[in-house]
Design a protein around this ligand. Structure first.
Ligand code: BGC
Ligand code: BGC
Length: 662
């Protein structure tokens, strides 16, 4: 497998230049143009690059698909277009309603059991798969199951998780990324599942967004390169035992909403929409991503021309994605997202069908979705041709992955819990994604003997994992939910010997004298979409949000014992006061289950050194305005120290604490 990188990117960039002001007439090649485009829509479509290396459709396969579609009733077709949650549908209902796909949301486990084993998962997958083969359809259509394996197979107990994408962006290593994709695909297959809702291709422009950590970088080039590598890794050649479908998400503009509001309004100019927010899709499609998930956000072009919610945006979904970018896979909607389109309900939205969405994530209300959508077709609100296109694309993806030949979930990894464990790869990824921001001579800790560890992050799998970890928000878990892995406290004990490492969570009453170093492991509490935003005007300052971490450093700074701080966070955030109170400072981001590997780096074991570079600027203000202007950067994107190049950081100018941003 080859990773297409720089060469591809420059050709995309060239295509972009060539067609940037191309004539609107070029869009007439768009399939399924249901009527014409407005002048504005035509301009938008023409601004996107024409993708010239789309896969040629296999004629025999397309005939086979057409035959199957021709033999289906309307309700059977719409059943294929529905994606219920496993918590809201039984296998027998899958059979009865000809359901094409199911999903488990964050924290959606078989039978609601958090500790479900690989075999429990695989058993459920098997019963859904078999149910899809037990319909009365002339040609049985096997089902696909999608899951948010966004940093490893993170909903499954005992599965290794990898650093969240913000850390992998700092590692910026496409080859590593691809190996992580391969490993994640095997984990997913171990549970009988065949589709990962990853990679996230958001090009994050504002760290207030609670999903910042799901993005690789604020730099479209890094997102494009790692996103493409991840698709290659997850999908392999799509037909193997260890391959799963990937999903580029969320199309498009999720990372650019005003003030970083989740599901909010992207106000980018057309040029920026194409060059920044589109970037990940050009490479993901070239890597043959089989599916694309639509985003909750809306777009107001240049802040003035409203284009509405993406789920209803026919120009972008049909005109751009399926037309200009020649995407021939399936487009899936996000969780109940269609209800956000004016005039729609969560189970009923002809606009979204007509916009070009093929598969509908209707977790609970899938039954009424089927009846209402069928009525829409019968009453002429949705053309049958659109339904046929949707089912054709769903079948194309299923055929392409060889599902008709191997329709059950049985396979080499299915039910094998050892395939969930990828400790060494995760440790490598952790070491390659931690960024050294400051080191006034204290690191590596090689000569040090007695170490005092403090901070709520030191022995907390929840904090090192962040959101999308066993549960949706990553909360409501404790260390017992993580049977495989290592905290940083565990890692330090392993490296220095348990007898030489003491731990105090808040450090109250602990005298650092007598220790060679204090390692403070601080961090955010876990969060995911919707709940993770730091809403304007709240300051985006770690100490303002977690005053206990500042108090902890105040307790140990300047006491004659060097303080090494490791920060777990899903974003770059104002932390100048914490840097000043530390002799060394590591941005660990959200390392996942193998955070203990940071201990090997701190110790400089076997000549290990820091190599990661910030993939987002580090702010010098608690009130960043978004877009990372130079004046707001304490450290630019690309910054990262290593032991080889000694670098002393003087006292940094701190901002006075503020209660809210102006
Ligand atoms: C998220 C998606 C996710 C889906 C399924 C949505 O709320 O935005 O990223 O894939 O839920 O859990
Ligand atoms: C998430 C799901 C989650 C659900 C919980 C959705 O927005 O995408 O993954 O399970 O909310 O209500």
């Amino acid at each position: 497998m080859k990773i297409r990188s720089a060469a591809y990117l420059s050709s995309a960039a060239t295509a972009l230049l060539l067609v940037g002001c191309g004539p609107a007439a070029m869009i007439s090649t768009t399939p399924l143009a249901l009527g014409g485009w407005s002048k504005d829509e035509a301009e938008v479509i023409a601004a996107f690059p024409v993708r010239r290396n789309a896969q040629i459709l296999d004629a025999a396969r397309e005939r086979r698909i057409a035959d199957i579609v021709a033999g289906m009733t309307l309700e059977q077709k719409i059943g294929q277009m529905a994606q219920p949650s496993i918590l809201s549908i039984t296998p027998d209902e899958v059979r009865q309603f000809y359901i094409g796909s199911v999903l488990n949301g964050g924290g959606g486990w078989p039978q609601g059991k958090k500790h479900a084993t690989a075999q429990d998962w695989a058993k459920l997958a098997d019963s859904y798969a078999k149910a899809s083969l037990a319909t009365d359809l002339a040609v049985k259509i096997p089902l696909i199951w999608g899951t948010d394996a966004v940093h490893g197979h993170n909903n499954v107990v005992g599965a290794t998780t990898f650093p969240h994408n913000i850390g992998l962006g700092a590692a910026n290593d496409p080859e590593l990324m691809q190996r992580i994709g391969r490993a994640t695909a095997r984990q997913v297959r171990a549970t009988g599942i065949n589709w990962a809702f990853a990679p996230t291709l958001a090009v994050v422009q504002n760290q207030r967004w609670g999903r910042s950590y799901e993005g690789y970088s604020s730099d479209p080039t890094i997102v494009a390169s790692l996103g493409g590598a991840m698709v290659h890794g997850l999908q392999g050649n799509l037909t193997g035992d260890g391959d799963v479908l990937a999903s580029g998400k969320h199309f498009a503009g999720d990372g650019g909403t005003f003030q970083g509001v989740d599901q909010g309004e992207n106000r980018a100019s057309l040029t920026d929409y194409v060059a920044i927010h589109g970037a990940g899709y050009y490479s993901a499609l070239d890597a043959q991503a089989a599916t694309v998930m639509i985003s909750y956000n809306s777009w107001a072009r240049g802040g003035t021309q409203p284009h509405g919610k993406m789920h209803g945006n026919r120009a972008l979904i049909t005109g751009v994605l399926k037309g200009r970018l020649a995407f021939d896979g399936l487009v899936v909607s996000d969780w109940n997202a269609i209800e956000q389109i004016p005039g729609c309900e969560r189970d009923h939205c002809p606009q979204a069908v007509n916009a070009g969405i093929d598969l509908f994530m209707v977790p609970e209300n899938w039954k009424t979705f089927i009846t209402q959508t069928a009525l829409d077709v019968r009453e002429g609100r949705i053309p049958m041709a659109r339904i046929d296109d949707a089912v054709t694309r769903i079948l194309r993806v299923k055929l392409r992955m060889g599902l008709f030949e191997r329709p059950t979930s049985a396979g080499r990894y299915t039910g094998d819990s050892t395939a969930l464990v990828e400790r060494e790869l995760a440790q490598e990824a952790v070491r390659k994604s931690a960024v050294l921001l400051k080191n006034n001579g204290v690191l590596p800790l090689s000569g040090k003997k007695r170490i005092l560890v403090v901070g709520a992050g030191a022995d907390s799998f929840a904090r090192q994992s962040g959101g999308w970890s066993l549960t949706w928000q990553g909360d409501e878990t404790d260390n017992k939910d993580y049977p495989v892995g290592e905290t940083l406290l565990g890692g330090l004990r392993r490296v220095y010997g348990a007898a030489n490492v003491s731990y105090s969570l808040d450090g109250v009453g602990t005298d650092p004298r007598g220790y060679d170093a204090v390692v403070a492991v601080i961090g955010e509490t876990p969060y995911a979409e919707m709940k993770g935003d730091v809403r304007f005007p709240a300051p985006l300052s770690h100490s303002a949000r977690f005053p206990e971490d500042r108090a902890l450093l105040d307790r140990f700074a300047g006491k004659g014992v060097p303080v090494v701080t490791v920060l777990y966070s899903g974003r770059t955030t104002y932390a100048t006061d914490l840097l000043n109170r530390s002799d060394a400072f590591v941005a660990g981001f959200l390392p996942g289950t193998e955070a203990g590997a940071i201990a090997d780096l701190l110790g400089g074991r076997a000549n290990l050194d820091f190599s990661a570079r910030l993939s987002f600027a580090w702010p010098n203000t608690a009130c960043p305005t978004g877009g990372e202007p130079v004046a707001e950067a304490l450290l630019p994107r690309g910054f990262g120290l290593s032991y080889r190049v000694p670098f002393l950081t003087g006292r940094l100018t701190e901002q006075a604490p503020i209660a809210s941003c102006p």
